[in-house]
Ligand binder design. Structure first.
Ligand SMILES: Cc1cc2nc3c(=O)[nH]c(=O)nc-3n(C[C@H](O)[C@H](O)[C@H](O)COP(=O)(O)O)c2cc1C
Length: 205
């Protein structure tokens, strides 16, 4: 797959996750090794930690708060989301415990401070998370960034899998092979409408 195709067709996969096909641990390790080549703020070199959860009992315990928060959010905001996306999100919530691997992307330390500090914090792991998703896609696997349990249940999940209090969970990614190979680019705002030249509001072309 060429780079442009990979970059434009790596989607958040939920309904097309193959829940019955096992994922080899080495494939995840290989994708994480690639992910670690992503940029990271100089003062956070060495701060990234990944936790790959494969144990069915642990996955079931992690799934509980995710489902609770996700279903409550869907009840409140579901009407604002396209029906297709809502169905897809519902499928993931109903089946998250069955996804072969749940990967927790973590950073040593806790977020705080102003814009610069927060940018340096979350910006030190999101490039790696995206690289991980791209590497998975290149190998026929799919994933989605999720943050449901971070709404009030981060500590509960930390206790289940032993994450220390001074580490921050940034995202949880369900990972599985996909039941479909081809994905299409998503609808996004035209870049000409959101890109300015020299002065804010002045169009590039
Ligand atoms: C910071 C962040 C948090 C997200 N949290 C969730 C989530 O909790 N649940 C979910 O189903 N998708 C989540 N997503 C995925 C988005 O919903 C998804 O990227 C969006 O629907 C666009 O779809 P696409 O990635 O296929 O283009 C998150 C994405 C980002 C970047």
């Amino acid at each position: 797959m060429d780079a442009n195709t990979l970059l434009t067709t790596t989607r958040s996969v939920r309904r097309k996750l193959d829940l019955d096909r096992p994922v080899e641990p080495e494939v995840i390790t290989e994708c994480l090794r690639i992910a670690m080549q992503a940029p990271i703020a100089g003062n956070r070199l060495g701060a990234i930690r990944w936790l790959v959860v494969r144990d069915p009992e642990l996955k079931a315990r992690i799934a509980e708060p995710i489902r609770k928060v996700g279903e409550a959010a869907q009840r409140e905001y579901g009407h604002l989301v396209a029906p297709r996306s809502l169905e897809s999100a519902k499928f993931l919530l109903d089946n998250i415990h069955r996804v072969p691997a749940l990967v927790l992307a973590c950073l040593a330390g806790r977020p705080g401070g102003g814009n610069a500090e927060m940018t340096g914090f979350y910006g030190s792991i999101y490039p790696a998370i995206w690289s991980f998703q791209l590497a998975l896609r290149a190998r026929g696997l799919g994933s989605t960034i999720t943050g449901y349990h971070l709404f009030g249940h981060e500590e509960e999940v930390a206790r289940v899998v032993g994450i220390p209090a001074d580490s921050t969970q940034v995202a949880l990614l369900p990972v599985a092979y996909t039941t479909q190979r081809d994905f299409r680019p998503a609808a996004r705002p035209p870049v000409e409408d959101i890109t300015y030249l020299d002065r804010w509001g002045e169009r590039v072309s």
